[in-house]
Design a protein around this ligand. Structure first.
Ligand code: SF4
Ligand code: SF4
Ligand code: FES
Length: 291
């Protein structure tokens, strides 16, 4: 519980500094009058209006819809406009998202995300636009969850692969995007090759941190990342499906990936298939000889 004295004000510790500053980043401390229903963004606005107009913060809707006010609050990536000050005991520490380059104070440069967005193979309908599209509600329901994304990039911020490793991994937001396209009933593109070779999906080790912090409660890991990983495995590492596709000619030859793993799987598969043809006669001969 918040004490009577603390209830009157909210104490904030806000990280300050801009890209290119000669001085290292610092923390400024502010006392803001506490109000009923107050969220962290209200406190930031109070600081800007009454205490320090030079504090930079990005926001737009103040309703959890635009995804602009993302920050790290007491070390956890959250929307400032959806974080009640009463939900935090003691001092509230507000910092910019650390996965992205800093612009100023709480504002970061998320441009990299738009570059990744442009790389993802776009929606490609199965039939010409002039023909009627007909599909079922359950087909729509599957990818509807992903369309709730507000592009706050909190999941990108919390992902340790995006944040700490210089791996070529597009990050959870963009796996969600690819999944929403792959699961569209009228889409004709399989993005497995892109996710494997360019998207770096293999780097995700399913820690589910992204899923836990998504403000839209998108079940990122279970509903998007794992199905996308399964697509990659089906497409590139399952020898039975590979044979099936080759026999049914469902995959143009140019799309086959001839990497070392695939070749090894092919050798293993054909080896296992051919073994009885060689081993059974050999055993027969040996037994005949021993008799
Ligand atoms: S998936 Fe969730 S956390 Fe990630 S950008 Fe979209 S809304 Fe934000
Ligand atoms: S589940 Fe994967 S994408 Fe999500 S935070 Fe963990 S490593 Fe990153
Ligand atoms: S201001 Fe729009 S999501 Fe917070």
């Amino acid at each position: 519980m918040v004490s009577q004295q603390a209830a009157a004000t909210v104490r904030l510790k806000v990280r300050r500094g801009a890209a290119g500053d000669a001085a290292p980043a610092r923390y400024d401390y502010f006392e803001v009058p506490r109000e009923d229903g107050m969220v962290v963004l209200n406190a930031i606005h109070y600081i800007q209006s009454h205490l320090d107009p030079s504090l930079n913060a990005r926001w737009n809707c103040k309703a959890g819809r635009c995804g602009s006010c993302s920050a790290e609050i007491n070390g956890r990536p959250r929307l400032m406009c959806k974080t009640p000050v009463d939900s935090i005991e003691g001092e509230i520490v507000v910092e910019p998202m650390s996965a992205f380059p800093l612009i100023s104070d709480l504002v970061t440069d998320v441009t990299e995300n738009w570059k990744v967005a442009a790389m993802i193979p776009p929606f490609t309908p199965k039939t010409p636009n002039s023909r009627e599209w007909r599909f079922y509600q359950q087909d729509v329901d599957r990818s509807r969850e992903f369309r709730k994304c507000i592009e706050c990039f909190l999941c990108q911020d919390v992902c340790h692969v995006v944040r700490e490793h210089e791996a070529d991994y597009v990050g959870p937001r963009w796996v969600v995007k690819a999944a929403s396209l792959d699961m569209h009933p009228m889409d004709s593109v399989n993005r497995a090759k892109f996710m494997k070779d360019v998207g770096g999906l293999g780097y995700c080790n399913i820690t589910k941190c992204c899923q836990e912090i998504c403000p839209e409660h998108i079940v990122i890991t279970d509903d998007a990342i794992i199905p996308e990983k399964e697509r990659v495995v089906d497409r590139h590492y399952d020898p039975i499906l590979w044979v099936y596709r080759r026999l049914s000619k469902r995959v143009p030859k140019g799309e086959q990936v001839e990497n070392g793993v695939m070749k090894a799987l092919k050798v293993a598969f054909w080896g296992l298939l051919m073994a009885p043809v060689v081993i059974v006669p050999l055993l027969y001969l040996v037994m005949a000889f021993l008799r």
